[in-house]
Design a protein around this ligand. Structure first.
Ligand code: UDP
Ligand code: MG
Length: 328
């Protein structure tokens, strides 16, 4: 028989940006979920809820400090400025991995069903190093959000970035998995694409996504598109290869057009041709600019990556937290 497994220390890592409306509602829910699991003897008494304030402009950090002051199961961390969801989450995970056996990352808006956490821990106990929370339905999202989000996963897959369909950042990761993640040196974080690259044994837990409890989404269409493109360009060079393919295709078409023109000339049918010529020039000009833009995106990314700027800078932590430093 296997030796009895030591109860794991769980850190629930929650990035928060301008969430003063949501936190008072969801904090008790997170705390209860954690305490229930402690009661059930599933996780260690040393488990914690770790809120990461991503440079909020409202009262979020004060709220977190207040919660940490009154409840020992709550800890807080504050970034020196707003760095975005992925970086805030990463800062939390890197801090947590020093003390926790497992972490579960989740948004603070209550959209992801907290009941799934217990199932995630079960999956970990039966040997998975990474457990993905996957949305089984998207009933509560608007048609637009649902369509764009699902399009996102499909395009990502087509472009060669290996992401789990309908999984966002609700995920359990063991310390081993996090140690491996810490070896990824890229500045542009796209955690849901990086986790599958970490490998190890994984499994999925399904849940229904609810509506935001309060406040508004920080991911309007424009930010979602930029997030998607960031994901694609971080994980695959397919767009550049597609440009090569497109260039090849246009060469073939123009060869045919040249032959056709010569034949027409030989038969003496040399009419105007001004509009077709202009169309070709505009079309090719457009494609060239677009292609340059895509290639430029990659060059820009290389430029930003070579700077090797820290991916997070933590300015403060509540009592008992040793903030991580991004050393690469
Ligand atoms: N968030 C963050 N920094 C940001 C934007 C968002 O830490 O710059 C957090 C936010 O507080 C939330 C999570 O990331 O916990 C997801 O954001 P949101 O719910 O707005 O996105 P959606 O669920 O609509 O995609
Ligand atoms: Mg949300």
């Amino acid at each position: 028989m296997d030796a009895p497994i030591k109860k794991p220390v769980l850190y629930i890592v929650i990035p928060c940006y301008n969430e003063e409306k949501v936190l008072p509602e969801t904090k008790p829910m997170f705390l209860k979920t954690l305490q229930d699991m402690i009661q059930e003897n599933k996780i260690s008494e040393d488990s914690r809820v770790l809120f990461v304030n991503d440079g909020s402009k409202d009262d979020t950090w004060n709220l977190i400090k207040e919660y940490a002051g009154e409840e020992k199961h709550i800890l807080g961390l504050s970034l020196s400025r707003n760095r975005g969801h992925q970086n805030a989450l990463f800062a939390g995970l890197m801090t947590a991995k020093e003390v926790a056996d497992i972490t579960i990352s989740i948004d603070c808006d209550g959209q992801d069903d907290m009941a799934a956490m217990s199932e995630m821990v079960d999956e970990y106990l039966s040997g998975s190093q990474i457990v993905y929370g996957v949305r089984s339905e998207r009933k509560t999202d608007t048609f637009f959000k649902r369509a764009t989000a699902q399009g996102f996963y499909k395009v990502m897959a087509k472009m060669g970035a290996d992401v789990i369909y309908n999984h966002a950042d609700y995920r359990l990761m063991s310390r081993e998995a996090l140690e491996a993640l810490a070896q990824f040196k890229e500045v542009h974080l796209f955690l849901r694409g990086m986790a599958p690259l970490v490998g190890f044994r994984y499994s999925c837990v399904y849940y229904e996504r609810a509506e935001r409890i309060a406040g508004e989404s920080h991911y309007p269409l424009k930010k979602m598109l930029s997030f998607a493109f960031n994901g694609i360009s971080s994980f695959s060079t397919k767009p550049i290869r597609m440009i090569t393919g497109l260039g090849f295709l246009i060469c073939v078409i123009s060869l045919i057009a040249i032959v056709a023109t010569i034949v027409q000339k030989l038969y003496g049918v040399t009419v105007g041709g001004w509009s077709s010529l202009l169309c070709c020039i505009l079309f090719l000009g457009g494609i060239q600019l677009l292609s340059l833009g895509v290639i430029g995106e990659y060059v820009g990314k290389i430029y930003m990556e070579t700077k090797e700027r820290p991916r997070f800078i933590i300015s403060e932590g509540t009592e008992g937290v040793t903030p991580a430093v991004d050393r690469r």
